[in-house]
Structure formats: structure tokens, C-alpha cells
Ligand binder design. Sequence first.
Ligand SMILES: [Zn+2]
Length: 215
Amino acid sequence: MAKKISCTSCGGEMTLHYAFSKSAVCPYCGLSTYITPNGAILQESDKAILVDYGSPFILGASGKLSRKVKNETKKENFLIIGRLRFEYEDGFWDEWMLLINDQPDQVYWLEETEGRLSLMISQPIPAATAPSFEKTKVGTVLTYQKKKIFVRAKSWAKIVGAEGESAFELSVGAKADFIDGICAGAEVAFEYLNDEITFNIGESIEVDSFVFNSM
Ligand SMILES: [Zn+2]
């Protein structure tokens, strides 16, 4: 069930679709509100401004997504509920937060880098079970949940903008570390942001897999 909250700065109404969203950017005043078990609190940080550059995606868009699940092509409903923009050495990429088939307890990220798309299913994981970012070496194999992961790269990026709701306690300027790897042919990534760690399993996907409803 989507829930409504009021912006702690201007009182504007925002809708949260993901059950575990931890922050939301107000579409009216651009300030972020943190959602805590004790209610909404204002996040004192910079405005999460995004400059558009002609992405086919837009916050609030919905439609049908065709993708292969266990060798069968499935058509599922999608809804775009948030976006984070990361800046790194060579430029930036966006991560769109998606719900699929209105499942409020599972979030997907659609990573868009220079037109290339990858759809990732994302899980928060306890720090105790995550590989150490510092100790993990590129070119080695690590074991996570009995899976062997070949470590392709380690990198970091900064959050420079956001809109909609977020699974993270968003703060503009926050730095995230990444371990990128390959696990049984799939792209995987550990993402370390503040004290939150997520494990992502991805698949590359084409833009024409998305058919949009008119808005
Ligand atoms: Zn506001």
C-alpha cells in the first residue's frame, strides 16, 4: 500500500510506494525528508537538483516490462518511483528505482549509463556478511552466500542528485563504494553507502523492453 507523507519543509504531499523507503525528495521545494520509525524528519542538505539530458525514463512513468525470467518472457507492470544520479571520474550515471508488479517490499534499480541499461534486483545486507571493501582485491574470487564471485573492479561515486523516493538515507554529496563482479555469468555489485550495504544482481536490458503508459 502506498503511503502519503508531508514534506517537512513545505508541507507538500509525497507518495511512498516502496515499503522500506528511507527518504524522499519533495517535488515542490526540492528538499529531502528522512523517513524514520518515529516519523518524518527534515534532512539538512543541499537540494537534490537533477539536470535532464534526454533519458527515455521519467519519474512516475509506468507500463509493461518484457524480460526473460527462467527462459520465459514475462510481461510485468513497472512503476518508476525514484532516481539517484551518481558522478564518477568519467561522467555520471542514473539509477532509476522501480517497483515491478506493485510488489511493495522489493525494489529494482535500472542503471542507465550513456544509454546502456542494466536491471538490478537489490537486497540490503548486514555489514557482518558483506565482503570488506578495503580487503577485497580486483582479479580475485570471493565467496558470498556460497556463490563464487569474480571481482572485476572496485570504484566509488558520489550522489549528485535525486528525485522521488529512495531506499537509502539520501544525502547529496555522499560517497558510495562499489565492488563489481561476475557471478555465474550475471553482473553483480556490492554497494556501500554510509552504513548501508546492498547486494545487486543485474541483467542487461534493452530500452524497447519497456512499453510506457501515456502519462
Ligand atoms: Zn517540500
